[in-house]
Ligand binder design. Structure first.
Ligand code: MN
Length: 134
């Protein structure tokens, strides 16, 4: 099952988004600050990271730089999540090594489309049914 690491310090956002992703069939693991996010990316080997940028301990930009600097985690796609739709935020996120960028409040269909583009499919892409002949 496709595993998503959600790094988000706001409890309400974290609970709501993780529940919505789980309902779509994703397995979700959670971290509440940037340092835990970096540690969990290494220990959990998620298929994709959703990274809030405004985080305690280590912010999302620095956490992403650390993920992209480490051989074990550099290939994991990271989608930055910020509360601002400013183009400078997008540039800053991409410069930190984020593969994609989305803004809060989350619009789930839009975020899912970006996730699926990076994952090469939805949550069930590794299920046996997906490999059945057409
Ligand atoms: Mn935050």
């Amino acid at each position: 099952m496709t595993k998503i690491l959600l790094v988000e310090d706001n409890e309400m956002n974290r609970d709501m988004l993780s529940r919505r992703l789980e309902r779509r069939g994703y397995r979700v693991v959670l971290a509440t600050d940037g340092q835990s996010g970096v540690d969990m990316a290494a220990s959990e080997a998620p298929d994709l990271v959703l990274m809030d940028m405004s985080l305690p301990v280590v912010d999302g930009w620095e956490a992403t730089r650390r993920l992209k600097a480490a051989p074990a985690t550099r290939d994991i796609p990271v989608i930055a999540l910020t509360a601002h739709a400013m183009s400078s935020d997008r540039e800053k996120a991409l410069q930190a090594g984020c593969d994609e960028y989305d803004t809060k409040p989350i619009e789930l269909p839009r975020l899912l489309a970006k996730m699926e583009a990076l994952l090469g499919g939805g949550p069930g892409r590794t299920a046996p049914a997906a490999e059945a002949p057409r």
